[in-house]
Each structure stands twice: as C-alpha cells, then as structure tokens.
Design a protein around this ligand. Structure first.
Ligand code: 5AD
Ligand code: SF4
Length: 451
C-alpha cells in the first residue's frame, strides 16, 4: 500500500487545500500515514503570513532530508503561500535542491499531473503559474470530519493591508459561482454534514470581485456571481440539514448592514463573528491601510450587538506595527476592554519582505513589541475569564466532535459560539448536537455533563 502524509501550516484556507490534496492522493490509491518519515509521499503546505511559519517550514523540511536520502522513491513536495515568493524559491533551489516537486496556490488542481510527471521522469519540477484564473470546481476532497466541513467561497485578497503578504501569495479576489457553492453544501448536507464554515480571505466581498480577473473569464461561460454574501448566507440557511453556518474572515470595511441583519434573522447562522480589528489606534489603522478607523469599528460592533445581543466576537490584533507609540498601543488596550472580545488572536508584527510596512525605518524594537504583547494578552485573558465563568450551570447545545485529545474518557465538542466543552459520554453522540450542562467553567476550558 502506498502512503502519504500532509503537513499543513497556517490558516483554514490551507487546511481546506490540504483536504483537496488528500482527496486527490486517495483517488490515486494512496492511504494516509501518520508518520511523515515512513510515507511514500509527503506534502508540506506552507504559510507565509508571519516569519515564524517560514522558520518552522524550513525546520520540518530539513528533518525530512535523511528519510528522503534513505528511501529511494520517496517524494517530497512543497506548496502553498511561501512558494509564491521568489526569495523562497531561490532558497529552495540553493539549499534544498533534493525537493521533488514545488507548486503554488494557483495550481493546486494540477497536482495529479505534476506528481505523475515527477514520478515518471524521476526529475524535480517547479511549476508556478502567474495568475489563478477560474477557481477549480469538482476536485475530490478528504474531509477531516463527516459532520462539519470547510467550504471555500472565494479566494484571494484585494485589500493590500500594508503589513500583509497574502495579496501577493493568493492573488486577486475571485468568487465561486453561487450555484457551485450551494450544490456543494447540499451534497454535504445529504452526506450528514451539520456545520459549514464558509471560507475566504475576505468573505464579505464575495461576489464583488470582478474587474481584471473577470475579464479573464474566471466564471467561464456562466454569468457573474450575482448574489451578495448576505444573499449567499440566506440561500445556505435554507438548505435542509445544515444546522450551523459560520464564516471567516470578515473585513470590517465590507461588513454591510445586510450581513449584520443576517445574525438576527437566519436560523442557522451561528451567533459568532470573527472581525479582525488589528489595532485600536486610528492613526495605525490608517497606516495599515485598513480603510476604517476606531470609531467606525466600534460602530460596527454596536450594530452587531443591536441585531444579535449576545453575539460572540473574536478578533486578530497586531502589536508593534512600525511607528506604534505607547499611546497607540493604549488605544488598542482600551478598544479591547470596550469591545470585550470573547477571544482574540494576538500577533507580534512580523516584517514581510515586499510589503510597504517592511521598508519603514521606524520599526518597533523587539523587546518593546514583546512587552506590549504580554500586556495585551493579560487584558484579553481578564475579559475571557469573566466571560467564561458566566457559563457556569448553563445548558448549551454542543456539536460533539470526538474524544478529547487530553482525556480519552471525555468527549469534546463546540458550542454555537465556538467554545470547547469536554464532558463524559458515549461514542454514539459523536456528530450530534447535544445539550450539555456546564459544571466547571474555567478561563480556557468548559466541562459539563449531558442533560
Ligand atoms: N505580522 C503579524 N501579523 C500579521 N498578520 C498578517 N500579517 C502579519 C504580519 N506581517 C495577522 C493579521 C491577520 C492574521 C491572519 O495574521 O492579524 O488578520
Ligand atoms: Fe498563511 Fe495567509 Fe496563506 Fe493562509 S492565506 S496560508 S494565513 S499566508
């Protein structure tokens, strides 16, 4: 039996791409193997959003070198966002010439052909097309869970935030045709799937991405995607069997009233939104090219809470953006306290070569960035603790995902607001939505019992 192993770095978009790669390999007769060193094919699907991910990639790749030498016929392939940068390709050619196959974010669908070429010729191959064109449809997929699924609805980003590499690695925004998305969700529902996570770098501009890419015919012979993101949400809400809808990531500048209203109206849309703020300082937001200021962001939060009073809000925050002063940072702290986020992903600004912010002279010293990062974490945890403790004795519906990784005697699942709950129970509950009473609420974890 020939085997494969895929190592995925980065975001859910990459996880979704890895599911496609796994689906293609299984269609070719390969089976998943837990140990990369013992696998016949290893794919590293990379992320370039921060420097740490780059370093981890090279570390993991280095570890595979010996297995690759010792096991003739083993194929190591690398793909994903890092491959869209020339400097990375140069490093690979120079320091890792033994890597068999390199491809990018825009030609995932070509993997079977590229892979067959490498196998047949025994020669290394680097193939990186320029621009994506149509988003591929109908690719196989090996999903992680039967009862919840990622669904790509658009790809790419046109925003060019001054710190971010993604617009350069994922290309321009392209939306899938609504009919294809709806057909996919219906097929998932028929397969027993209860929760869908709609994915895109900027889901709020779904259907709006036209212009340059549209001229290249990215939706082939059919009309432009003709519904807005809110329209798409409404259609998916009506699909029988889908009980939970989530989406990620939203850009505040494109969060329309129409989308906000969906939170109050749609039966299956989870009362939860991830709304990256990045900074609480209007000055920094302007320099980040975020196109909204502090007050506009806070107004959005108020509108969301008007439409859906107990909506859970999470965010991304960057500390130490070039030129960030103590005052700017305090604006971030005060915004965090004002919004009272349910959770927040915090990042230390990382220089990404080729982005406008990278060439600024006023980079914040490393030590100061770390000091601010720690203060931010403290502020977030304080709020999280308060919010978490409020779950004590509540009864919450939980979509049961499986056995807890840390304690096999417990089941684990997620609430509508994406909180993880562990509780004792039978395997037959896996994949169901079950009411759980919270018996022990802690800052980062909730424990309960079925009712
Ligand atoms: N440095 C630090 N964090 C970054 N992010 C994106 N680019 C950078 C960078 N250069 C963060 C943003 C984004 C999340 C996915 O990663 O907060 O929302
Ligand atoms: Fe990483 Fe961003 Fe690419 Fe996702 S889109 S894999 S976070 S660089």
């Amino acid at each position: 039996m020939r085997s494969y192993h895929i190592i995925t770095f980065g975001c859910q978009m990459n996880e979704r791409d890895s599911e496609t790669l796994a689906g293609m390999l299984e269609a070719m007769g390969y089976v998943r193997c837990e140990d990369p060193k013992a696998s016949d094919v290893v794919i590293l699907n990379t992320c370039s959003v921060r420097e740490n991910a780059d370093k981890r990639f090279y570390g993991v790749l280095g570890q595979l070198k010996h297995s690759h030498e010792d096991r003739p016929g083993m194929i190591v392939a690398v793909c994903g966002c890092m491959m869209q940068q020339q400097a990375v390709i140069d490093t690979l050619k120079e320091k890792y010439p033994w890597v068999d196959l390199v491809f990018g974010t825009q030609n995932l669908q070509d993997f079977p052909r590229l892979f067959a070429g490498v196998k047949a010729s025994g020669k290394n191959l680097i193939e990186l097309p320029e621009e994506g064109g149509a988003l591929p449809e109908g690719l196989p997929s090996k999903r992680e869970y039967g009862f919840k699924a990622f669904v790509n609805i658009m790809q790419g980003c046109n925003n060019f935030c001054s710190y971010c590499i993604v617009p350069y690695t994922r290309g321009r925004e392209r939306s899938r045709h609504p009919e294809d998305i709806i057909a996919e969700v219906k097929a998932l529902a028929a397969d027993g799937c209860k929760e869908v996570m709609l994915l895109g770098q900027n889901v709020n501009s779904y259907g709006r991405a036209k212009g340059e890419v549209a001229e290249k015919g990215y939706i082939a012979s059919r009309d432009e995607p003709h519904i807005s993101f809110a329209g798409l949400l409404r259609e998916i809400d009506a699909i029988e069997g889908i009980e939970r809808i989530r989406f990620m990531t939203s850009h505040p500048k494109d969060l329309s009233d129409d989308i906000i209203e969906c939170f109050g109206e749609l039966k299956h849309l989870c009362r939860q939104i991830h709304l990256p703020v990045q900074s609480g300082s209007s000055k920094v937001l302007k320099e980040m090219n975020r196109v909204y200021d502090r007050d506009q962001y806070l107004a959005l939060v108020r509108r969301l809470r008007q439409a859906c009073p107990d909506i859970a809000i999470s965010t991304d925050i960057i500390v130490g953006f070039p030129g960030e002063t103590e005052e700017d940072f305090e604006d971030t702290l005060s915004l965090v306290r004002e919004v009272e986020y349910d959770s927040a992903f915090t990042f230390i600004y990382s220089v990404r070569r080729g982005t406008p912010a990278a060439s600024r002279e006023d980079q914040v010293p490393e030590e100061l960035k770390h000091e601010r990062f720690d203060r931010l974490i403290d502020a977030i945890h304080e709020i999280q603790e308060r919010k978490s403790l409020a779950y004590q004795d509540q009864i919450v519906p939980v979509l049961v995902e499986g056995r807890s990784k840390t304690d096999q005697s417990m089941l684990t699942g997620r609430t509508e607001k994406n909180k993880v709950v562990d509780f004792p129970g039978d395997d037959s509950l896996i994949g169901t939505i079950t009411d759980v009473r919270i018996t022990k609420a802690q800052t980062f974890s909730l424990y309960g019992e079925t009712v």
